[in-house]
Write a protein that binds this ligand. Structure first.
Ligand code: 4AD
Length: 441
């Protein structure tokens, strides 16, 4: 079965002269087999039996014994046992209980007292359960698959600075700090530097890493620190070229997750039942105008050139699912006013822009588009958006030295995981989440 620290007792029960412990967590992870340990009071001393049965749950133990029943569930007869590290009494029953907060309100009284808040406070215990472990396995797979798909296209991975001089995405959602006598920002995204990287001899680049948003948003889908999955490329004709790469990366990622992580997905779905994800081999692309028309036809009143609210995004997701049988789609040609200053306006109608968002189960997981590469125009757009130019000087300046037309996208790793798995809260998709009220553990 293999043995290493981390093998802990989950449940014990006595049958006849034998005391059993279920150790299926060890066995499922490490050998794919269920297993139990037992001590037989006919063959071990009374003292040892007393010692063994007093070991608390979640303690770490060193055991030597023999295989008693080799078939699953494997039974191991214990000869000696030593407690390596004794665990405190658990603060609450360690079950997967990931059911949504609403469900808990009206449901099981004991589980209802263990809110998501409590579970996040004790993250190290919480992460011992199979469903939480499965979420982290999927998180690791998403970043690997993102990297793998881009590397296989020969696209270079970059490491970009997180301490920068200006607010890359604009707005107030930026953490500022003193940097050797000058004001600095924690990067809200790798936006500025991934674009500058295209002014070298690289024509396609990607990067993954932490990004910081000083958002006051206490919602189910916002974190103050998350992992960005970003991609940027020179384009020949149209920003559809960026969407083609997006399609390749994300569809192959979803296929691979379904194929290779089916067991993890089933474990999560047992806790938070969710409709199976539907997606097309080639991602549906709808224009923003078409999306608004579909909402209007369904009786909603979206602002045609404004911001699409979270509620309307969700409603549109439902309409699209019904009509096109997909939970994954692109909405392109957003109103310019709703996009960051660096976004290229639509040359045919500057009320719109060459940009897009990508939705999974009715929520945004990716945003991107074509960028302005003309320095004068970029300056004009920054000013029009009230963005201070001080922190942006070199960024704008580098486009003076020859810059290709380009575009790209940014996705949030935890959003992708949350929506792919159908979780109800992004915090469940982060090992140690950071939000406006949470800086620990
Ligand atoms: O939409 P955002 O802000 O776009 C950018 O950062 C652009 N630089 C991307 C580009 O290349 N044009 O963020 C991109 C993605 C969102 O679609 C979302 O998945 C995630 O990052 N995201 C967040 N995830 C968790 N918490 C937050 N506060 C997030 N804000 C954005």
């Amino acid at each position: 079965l293999g043995s290493q620290y981390g093998d802990t007792f989950i449940q014990s029960c006595t049958q006849g002269t034998k005391t059993y412990w279920d150790i299926d967590r060890l066995s499922e992870e490490q050998s794919g087999r269920k297993a139990v340990l037992f001590v037989d009071d006919k063959t071990v001393s009374k003292g040892m039996l007393k010692y063994a049965t007093a070991i608390s749950r979640e303690s770490l133990v060193d055991v030597s014994g023999e295989v008693h029943v080799p078939e699953t569930p494997v039974e191991l007869k214990v000869h000696s046992i030593r407690c390596v590290s004794r665990a405190r009494t658990l603060p609450y029953e360690l079950t997967d209980a990931m059911r949504s907060e609403e469900e808990l309100q009206g449901g099981d009284a004991q589980l209802a007292t263990v809110t998501l808040e409590t579970r996040l406070n004790k993250r190290w215990i919480e992460l011992r359960t199979p469903a939480n472990d499965a979420i982290l396995a999927i998180q690791a797979a998403v970043i690997q698959l993102f990297r793998g798909a881009l590397c296989s296209e020969g696209i270079r991975e970059l490491q970009l600075p997180k301490t920068i001089a200006g607010a890359g995405e604009g707005g107030a959602a930026v953490y500022k700090f003193e940097y050797h006598g000058q004001e600095a920002c924690l990067a809200q995204s790798p936006q500025l530097h991934k674009q500058m990287a295209l002014c070298t001899n690289m024509s396609r680049v990607f990067t993954t890493g932490p990004v910081f948003r000083a958002e006051k948003s206490n919602t189910h889908r916002h974190l103050c620190e998350f992992t960005g999955l970003d991609f940027e490329m020179a384009i020949n004709e149209h920003y559809n070229e960026v969407l083609d790469v997006m399609d390749h990366v994300f569809i192959s990622m979803f296929n691979s997750l379904h194929k290779n992580y089916a067991q993890q997905l089933a474990t999560i779905a047992e806790q938070l039942p969710v409709e199976p994800l539907q997606y097309l081999p080639k991602t549906l692309r709808l224009s923003f105008e078409e999306g608004m028309k579909m909402l209007q036809e369904a009786g909603f009143e979206p602002e045609e050139l404004g911001h699409l609210t979270t509620e309307l995004e969700r409603e549109l997701g439902k309409i699209v699912r019904k009509k096109y049988k997909t939970d994954f789609y692109v909405l392109y040609r957003y109103p310019l006013a709703a996009r960051p200053f660096y976004t290229m306006p639509d040359p045919e109608d500057p009320r719109y822009s060459n940009s897009f968002d990508v939705f999974l189960r009715g929520e945004e997981i990716i945003s991107g588009g074509q960028r302005i590469h003309d320095p004068d125009f970029l300056t004009e757009r920054a000013k029009a958006n009230g963005i201070p130019l001080e922190g942006l000087r070199e960024y704008i300046d580098c486009f003076e030295d020859g810059a290709p037309p380009h575009g790209g996208l940014g996705a949030g790793l935890e959003r992708v995981v949350m929506l792919f798995c159908g979780l109800d809260n992004i915090r469940r998709a982060s090992l140690f989440p950071r939000d406006p009220k949470r800086l620990t553990p």
